[in-house]
Design a protein around this ligand. Structure first.
Ligand SMILES: [Zn+2]
Length: 260
């Protein structure tokens, strides 16, 4: 579920990954909407970051990166809306309650739009904001983000992901460029929000008994962070395990190549 760094890199032999389907829901047509938290995203640099991340969503969700999702029942992903929400400038840490409140209030006020019951709202935190997960992890100790869901009478089940503005000492420093850290983590959480949306809140979807969800596998294998991501259309994204191809991929071949 989370993207915690696993720093042990000893010589235990790791079993081959194998994702299995556990009977839970799959988001076959997820709609990913971006929600930018705090005033940072209205500053000059923040607005440029936001523009970059909105373009990333459009470019990556229509790219070969999502081909591996098809193996796990996700037929097509769409880009939803892009919104920003204000936040008290004194706030230093963001919790599960903050996430749920932000989304619920945003939906109620109309600043966040529901477009589908397969909406996934991705909250991008501002630089320096610490993320604290319900199971006790902190972005100061290697948590890059997570995905989950909550239920509301008014809006039904709401899926979301939250992404830390990754830099040294907060989130996961895959590279020296915070934008890369954000896109790797977002691609990780989007993959898992689609292929295992009800984790911790219902039946599991696709899950590996040893390593967890689709994008957790490469992170849990204990290799260097530089090996855990690749490039697609100029963006850095998390490598995902493909059962079909028996390897980690960012740019799988088409599912039905022409027979030779
Ligand atoms: Zn994960």
């Amino acid at each position: 579920m989370d993207t915690s760094i696993n720093s042990f890199n000893n010589h235990v032999s790791f079993p081959t990954p194998e994702l299995t389907y556990h009977g839970g829901r799959i988001l076959s047509a997820p709609v990913f909407s971006n929600v930018y938290i705090g005033d940072y995203w209205r500053t000059t640099r923040g607005a440029q970051d936001r523009q970059y991340l909105d373009k990333f969503s459009k470019d990556i969700l229509g790219s070969p990166y999502t081909r591996v999702w098809k193996e796990y029942g996700v037929k097509r992903a769409k880009v939803g809306t892009s919104t920003s929400l204000t936040l008290s400038p004194t706030k230093k840490a963001f919790t599960e309650l903050d996430i749920q409140r932000s989304i619920f209030n945003g939906l109620q006020s109309g600043s966040i739009k529901r477009t589908s019951e397969q909406d996934v709202f991705t909250l991008f935190l501002p630089p320096g904001m610490v993320l604290l997960s319900p199971d006790g992890y902190s972005s100061r100790e290697g948590l890059g983000g997570y995905h989950s869901s909550f239920d509301s009478k008014q809006f039904g089940r709401i899926y979301y992901a939250v992404v830390v503005y990754g830099s040294t000492g907060n989130g996961i420093p895959f590279s020296a460029n915070p934008r890369d850290n954000i896109t790797v983590t977002a691609s990780h959480e989007w993959t898992e929000a689609a292929t295992d949306p009800d984790v911790n809140n219902g039946e599991l979807g696709w899950y590996d008994a040893n390593y967890g969800e689709v994008s957790d596998i490469i992170m849990d294998m204990g290799g260097p962070l530089s090996q855990a991501y690749g490039s697609v259309n100029g963006y850095k994204v998390q490598k995902n395990w493909s059962n079909r191809d028996q390897r980690f991929e960012v740019r799988p071949l088409a599912l039905h190549p022409k027979a030779l």
